[in-house]
Ligand binder design. Structure first.
Ligand SMILES: Cc1cc2nc3c(=O)[nH]c(=O)nc-3n(C[C@H](O)[C@H](O)[C@H](O)COP(=O)(O)O)c2cc1C
Length: 358
């Protein structure tokens, strides 16, 4: 139990415990992607609640990459002042915070464009030109620089959940025949170039994290085999921490089971089985594990069995922003039931993030 609540170092920063609030969009930014007072208040409560590291909800790095109404941006200098306020509130309450950088791609609100032509729900989406790919890479770098100007402690590249980087990694979504598609080496190129652009702007010691799928859970897409290769290569490049998630383009719910561990203590951590397979390939880079983790027993097992170094959660912190304090005081588990009302179609992009369970 002690280890979970002890300070822990990620690159150049020290966090007060091993808990991460995984990136969670709050839906509630202005039309121009500027965070509102309610969002800053939410981050204040999270920091006061004792979580070690907060990862912001995804921030679009370029206006064209905005993925949903209410998504916050880091694509323009006018986004910086409010982000600065947000980071300051977290620091004032002894927390650390990194900005999650993203580009929607096939999920863009307006111009839905990914690696190559792709049909979603009967509607055709276009492939990006080489010039557009270069602009997006540059935008990730510029966004990272803005994150530094806003006082964030680091950045996380969103390489998971079927957004642009994850689309490029997927053989299903990426049908390009140039150097950005085809074999895995080519499909990882966007991620690598984004990483290099970000690293060049933030410097060598600032934590750069990556959220990646262990598996897209598609029969013909990005699998654990690919994920191990990508994770190994990007960690070697100097990444400070890798967060293991899952679910991308072409996902099928029934395939999720293949990522679980059969170890009863780890069972609730949806992707622990796959994380164990990735661990050897990525060490000594730090690993965070997300999805389904609710009980202190499972959190301890993850650390004690060396599945991962850090415990990452999203929905539990929507319900209980002070969850870490509660766990420290003896509460045995999060009271989040994973009902998913917080991310249902009814609320997505329409109201401020909150738990809808009584
Ligand atoms: C309301 C909501 C918003 C989310 N927004 C993001 C996001 O902006 N970026 C991201 O990487 N994941 C996002 N996620 C996914 C979570 O970070 C996390 O991977 C997922 O909820 C599983 O973890 P959990 O079981 O602890 O909730 C979101 C999840 C929810 C419920």
């Amino acid at each position: 139990m002690a280890l979970l609540f002890e300070p822990f170092k990620i690159g150049s920063i020290m966090i007060r415990n091993r808990f991460i609030r995984s990136a969670t969009t709050s839906y509630w930014s202005t039309k121009r992607g500027i965070v509102r007072a309610e969002i800053i208040d939410l981050y204040r409560r999270l920091a006061k609640g004792g979580v070690g590291l907060i990862i912001t909800g995804h921030l679009y790095v370029k206006d064209s990459g905005k993925a949903h109404v209410g998504m916050a941006g880091i694509s323009n200098d006018y986004h910086v002042p409010k982000l600065k306020e947000l980071a300051h509130e977290v620091h004032k309450n002894d927390g650390k915070i990194v900005a999650q950088l993203n580009y929607g791609g096939l999920h863009n609100l307006v111009d839905k464009a990914g690696p190559s032509e792709y049909v979603v729900d009967g509607s055709k989406r276009r492939g990006l030109s080489t010039e557009e790919i270069h602009d997006i890479i540059e935008a990730f770098g510029e966004a990272a620089e803005r994150a530094m100007a806003a006082g964030f402690d680091g950045v996380q590249i969103h390489g998971a959940h079927g957004y642009l980087i994850s689309q490029f990694l997927s053989r299903l979504a990426n049908r390009r025949t140039d150097k950005w598609g085809g074999n895995l080496e080519n499909r990882m190129r966007l991620l690598f170039e984004v990483y290099d652009a970000v690293r060049a702007r933030v410097g060598g010691s600032v934590p750069v994290l990556l959220k990646i799928n262990c598996d897209d859970f598609s029969p013909t897409g990005f699998t654990i085999k690919d994920s191990i290769e990508v994770a190994k290569a990007i960690c070697k490049r100097g990444l400070q921490a890798i967060e293991i998630s899952g679910g991308g383009i072409g996902r099928q719910e029934d395939l999720r089971v293949r990522a679980r561990s059969l170890d009863q203590e780890l069972y609730e951590a949806s992707f622990a089985g796959h994380a164990i397979k990735m661990r050897k390939a990525t060490q000594p880079t730090l690993m965070a594990l997300v999805n389904g983790i609710r009980s202190l027993e499972c959190m301890e097992a993850i650390i004690n069995k060396d599945v991962a170094d850090l415990i990452s959660m999203s929905r539990p912190f929507i319900r209980e922003p002070d969850l870490v304090k509660r766990l420290k005081a003896g509460q045995e588990a999060s009271t989040c039931t994973s009902c998913n009302l917080c991310i249902s179609k009814e609320v997505f992009g329409k109201m401020m993030l909150r738990c809808h369970l009584g």
